[in-house]
Design a protein around this ligand. Structure first.
Ligand code: ZN
Length: 93
């Protein structure tokens, strides 16, 4: 991906829970980069906001189970389910 200014160099920067790609020449935001599950930071809730999703899956599984079934945001719902599956797989090994 390149910028509207036609510069081809980009850099990445953490912006809150998101990892963004930006143009090196004009500092324009280009896109959000999907984050791997082990770096994903949960963006919601007074209790868990800002924590790594895998840490929540280990420390407060009921919360994430609730999120995976009841939350309205489909992307977060999926992430919650992914994190639960991931923790299950790593503990069953
Ligand atoms: Zn640019």
């Amino acid at each position: 991906m390149s910028c509207l200014c036609n510069a081809s160099k980009t850099y990445t920067k953490q912006a809150g829970p998101h990892l963004g790609e930006y143009c090196t020449a004009c500092d324009t935001w280009i896109r959000w980069i999907p984050q791997p599950l082990d770096k994903y930071v949960w963006p919601l809730g007074s209790k868990h906001k800002g924590q790594l999703i895998l840490a929540i899956a280990k420390n407060d599984r009921p919360y994430l189970e609730w999120a995976a079934s009841s939350i309205t945001n489909p992307k977060l719902k999926l992430k919650a389910q992914e994190a639960l599956d991931y923790v299950d797989q790593s503990t069953n090994m």
